[in-house]
Design a protein around this ligand. Structure first.
Ligand SMILES: Nc1nc2c(ncn2[C@@H]2O[C@H](COP(=O)(O)OP(=O)(O)OP(=O)(O)O)[C@@H](O)[C@H]2O)c(=O)[nH]1
Ligand SMILES: [Mg+2]
Length: 377
């Protein structure tokens, strides 16, 4: 058997080549779209590659098989015999290729197709929801759908809402009780900005007595960054240089309704960081800890962050930079990995306006590509 590859711009173009080279008895084993090699090829149209085959015997026969006088071969019988053998060979080749492709794809593609509901699985994947979770969500939605009279879309949306969790935990003030809140998270995610937004909200909108403490003395500019906000808002601010100083700093804010503590963003690989945060929580008798995560973190990034802050035990999630993202899977991924409640999302650099209490209906709508959030509560 002769197997050859042909490449052309269109299917018709390639078929003409195959026919001219192997004749009309050739069998097509495989067709696929390919790209030319090199950077600029990504901007050009894909090419068509066809793998075609023909049995040697056929080539030999058609080239030299003119029936001569005295030749006793039965051409008709030979012809059908070869055709049959060729078909078997071609099928064998096709099966071999299918098995190879199946083996290659089985870890990448879910084997379930979900029939007409496949689009919902695709929504999850295109939002970068981890595939394992996407499969889990689909299973739950299918189970819900099979046992009810509702549309699949309703079941799917309900499962998404269940995964996001209705237990939203923004900062709640109890009258007559001071609340001490700590913000932690990786470098540059928006801890200080978020804290300033919340400080402004409590001080201006809720007319509460707010105090600020920063434990971020690693960068010279960090203290000034918070001081600017404290001065604009007219609220007291203290700086601590060691975790043990937290209790005396909190004493300075004894009359406050709420004290917000900023920490230094540090590499999650920094072992001292964990020790310092633990000491602040212990010496400061902290009421609530908020872990700030950028909504544009990758799945692996989320895994690493959540693992390195596991020591916190109890905390709530804040997602920043929602204005910068186009996929919303990070929120679901982090929620599933950590099991912690959502609290706020931030939507831009403007202090104090670009912050909202997390709304699971709105997040669900963003995930589903629904632009209209009115009436979602
Ligand atoms: N687009 C956008 N940018 C944000 C948001 N929140 C914060 N930023 C920006 O992110 C950058 C870092 O913000 P910071 O508040 O300094 O972050 P941080 O976590 O305190 O940083 P470190 O203290 O260095 O760890 C700044 O440029 C902010 O304006 C947001 O919701 N959207
Ligand atoms: Mg900061």
């Amino acid at each position: 058997m002769v197997i050859k590859r042909y490449i052309g711009n269109t299917m018709q173009d390639v078929m003409t080549q195959v026919k001219a080279d192997l004749g009309s008895d050739a069998i097509i084993l495989n067709t696929k779209r390919i790209r030319k090699k090199g950077f600029f090829s990504w901007f050009s149209k894909p090419l068509i590659e066809v793998t075609a085959a023909i049995d040697n015997a056929i080539i030999g026969f058609s080239n030299h098989g003119t029936k001569e006088v005295g030749d006793t071969r039965d051409i008709t019988r030979d012809d059908s015999y070869y055709k049959f053998e060729r078909k078997v060979d071609a099928m064998e080749e096709m099966i071999r290729q299918l098995v190879t492709e199946f083996e290659r794809d089985k870890d990448m593609e879910p084997q379930k197709t979900y029939g007409e509901n496949r689009a919902y699985f695709d929504i999850l994947i295109s939002n970068e929801v981890n595939q394992k979770y996407a499969l889990e969500i689909m299973e739950k939605a299918m189970a819900e759908y099979n046992g009810s009279e509702r549309d699949f879309s309703k079941c799917f949306e309900q499962v998404i809402l269940d995964y996001l969790g209705s237990d939203i935990q923004p900062i709640e003030l109890i009258p007559g009780q001071r609340k001490v809140v700590l913000f932690v998270g990786p470098t540059g995610v928006g801890k200080t900005t978020t804290l300033a937004k919340l400080a402004a909200g409590f001080a201006i909108e809720d007319v509460k007595k707010v105090g600020l403490i920063t434990a971020d003395t690693y960068r010279i500019a960090a203290v000034d960054q918070l001081r600017v906000y404290a001065e604009i808002l007219g609220i007291p601010m203290s700086v601590i240089y060691s975790p043990k100083d937290i209790s005396s700093a909190l004493d300075e804010h004894g009359d406050r309704d709420i004290v917000l503590i900023d920490t230094a963003g540090r590499s999650i690989k920094d072992e001292n960081h964990e020790k310092e945060i633990k000491e602040i929580i212990e010496y400061g008798n902290i009421d609530d800890v908020y872990l700030v995560i950028s909504a544009n973190s990758t799945y692996q990034g989320c895994l690493d962050i959540l693992k390195s802050y596991e020591f916190l035990g109890k905390y709530k999630l804040i997602f920043t930079k929602m204005d910068e993202i186009t996929t919303y899977g990070t929120i679901i991924n982090c929620k599933i990995i950590s099991g912690k409640p959502l609290s706020y999302i931030t939507t831009g650099q403007n202090v104090p306006v670009d912050i909202e209490i997390a709304n699971i209906h709105k997040i669900k709508d963003l995930l589903m590509g629904n632009k209209d959030h009115e009436g979602s509560g």
